[in-house]
Write a protein that binds this ligand. Sequence first.
Ligand code: IPM
Ligand code: MN
Length: 376
Amino acid sequence: MTTHKIPVIPGDGIGAEIIEEGRKVIDAVSEVDGFEVEWIEYPHGADHYLKTGELIGEDTLKELKKYKAIYLGALGDDRVEPGILELGILLRLRFYMDQYVNLRPVKLYEGVETPLKNKTSKDINFTVVRENTEDFYVGLGAKVDKGKSHTKLDLIRETYNVKFGIDVETDADEVAFQLGVLTRRGIKRIVKYAFDYAVDHNRTKVTSVDKANVITHMYGMWRKIFSEVAQEYTRIDTDFTFVDATNMWFVKNPEWYQVAVTPNLFGDVISDLGAMIQGGLGFAAGGNINPEGTSMFEPIHGSAPKYKGMNRANPIATILSGGLLLEDIGLRNSADKLEQAVIEVLKEGKVKTYDIGGKAGTSDMGDAIATKVKGL
Ligand code: IPM
Ligand code: MN
């Protein structure tokens, strides 16, 4: 029997509860499909940070890099200043592992209500492919005071470096600036991934979501490279929508989208909207993928500290993220089985969590899906 070793970081808030259900369902799938999972638990998150001062160290990162996929609950805690855990653990992991794809399926399942009038599961079924390592997420910027200043900003990555030296001379009181960075290689690989994903998942169209009309340098280059890559995929249609209009179309005509590929920040913004039209954050799964390295799977929602320990959160986003994980480690049939179990439990509508008007607990939903897996 093959054993898959999977590091798991439950994290903060509801993280532990939802991850437990995700593990439960994957364990059920492994039983049925005849493979084994060995879970290797890591304590990183708020408690660990407050106790030890460690966010996530180089040694841990090196160790984690040996595995194919990591399963993550959620990060963020009221006791820690906003951003510390998110940047220090989540983004650190994404960048360290060069997880350049943030895959976010937006799928309305039967039995789940969308706030969009007259739209059904046939209309809402697309995937956001968000670039996950560059753009305005590189963390380069500064706030300078009146007068003259010189700021050195270095983007140091394993595969490339970009060093900026910025001279500012200003008579304004305070000036803040933040650099977005895109590289040809960075754009090319994410756009290629989106097209390959389309081919692989029987999709016929890839849409670029950008803002090339205003942020001309960065997203002009994005569009140019998108068009170059598109030429290699003659069977896939292409489209361009500006990010502001995309918000409108997600609400008005979500059926126009199949695969939407977009830079990091826009991807962050539109995927929360995507989550809402698919019935809420409780259904929005995500994967941070490095196709050649270590990927990491997590729901796109946060740690919801206020529901911690209440057995109340909907674990489906985490469970579906577990399905993406299975697909990533080469178990596509098992991934399909997991999703099928979710589909059937939702369609039956007997077990419903609070977010969709029911009274079932986090663990009830996990139990129902795990039982369904075994009965498929
Ligand atoms: C997400 C989150 C993160 C992001 C935060 C927590 C750093 O919003 O996964 O979408 O901005 O990418
Ligand atoms: Mn987000």
